[in-house]
Design a protein around this ligand. Structure first.
Ligand code: ATP
Length: 240
């Protein structure tokens, strides 16, 4: 479904991602783990089109997209939940959800259909239903994370990019977040998850990549990655 080949991403003199390749099959939950500054967010942004690649190719469902504008990639079925669960704080929960649908479908999608999707989100996240009229900025951190994910789902994505969904959440909410990601995968969604909490992410993933200073240092099924000192070494090396 997603093939990333030899991509490099940079900001001025900073080389955030160096000649990185990975492949995600339909229905797979893949996770990219690595320390702070390893280049995880830059990789996701390259896939969703928020930063340009300096070289390399990205193919989604057989279509080359590395030069495709971000909004068009959303229309193709790629949704990105940014780190820090960003939502429109001065809008209500419900307005955020409706805007999520418009991201992909603009005016083409019937109102009734958007309504049905909003209701489906309230079923999945009852707390959002209870708070539908509340301004998003007044939600708790965990609720904002829920809303950000829910907004992404409103675009009916086929590939969901999640950037550190557990960041800043209390342990109980972290568990809930990981349960939700597992549930989404079980529903058939393809997910690329970026996490610093490597052991948790690898517990639920089908495949993992370890990123260190912009380069992949290991890749494989979680059982292989967590064996031995491979993962620790990657972290120790990236600790500075
Ligand atoms: P974290 O877990 O801390 O979010 P990360 O693995 O997601 O880290 P990135 O955010 O992709 O890493 O950053 C990779 C490198 O690129 C870092 O050295 C960072 O300082 C740099 N970088 C990221 N965004 C920018 C930017 N807009 N301008 C300049 N440098 C940037």
């Amino acid at each position: 479904m997603l093939t990333v080949e030899n991509i490099s991403v940079g900001y001025g003199p900073v080389r955030a991602v160096r000649e990185l390749s990975l492949e995600l099959k339909p229905g797979q939950l893949g996770t990219v783990v690595g320390a702070n500054g390893a280049g995880k967010s830059s990789l996701l942004k390259a896939v969703s089109g928020l930063v340009p690649v300096r070289s390399g190719t990205i193919t989604f469902d057989g279509e080359r997209i590395e030069a495709t504008p971000a909004h068009r990639r959303t229309e193709l079925g790629i949704a990105h939940v940014l780190e820090g669960h960003r939502v429109f704080g001065d809008q209500s929960v419900e307005a955020n959800l409706v805007l999520g649908a418009l991201r992909r479908y603009r005016s083409r999608r019937a109102r009734a259909e958007v309504r049905a999707d909003v209701s489906a989100q309230y079923e999945r996240f009852p707390i959002l239903g209870e708070r539908r009229a509340q301004l998003a900025a007044t939600l708790s951190g965990g609720e904002q994370q829920m809303l950000a994910t829910s907004v992404a789902l409103m675009s009916r994505p086929r590939l969901l990019l999640l950037d550190e969904p557990s960041l800043g959440l209390a342990p109980k909410l972290v568990e809930e977040t990981f349960r939700l990601i597992t549930a989404l995968r079980e529903e058939g969604l393809t997910v690329l998850l970026v996490e610093q909490r490597a052991s948790l992410a690898l517990r639920i993933a089908d495949y993992g990549w370890v990123l260190r200073r912009g380069e992949l240092v290991a890749a494989g099924p979680p059982s292989e990655l967590t064996e031995g000192a491979q993962l620790d070494q990657a972290y120790l090396g990236a600790a500075t």
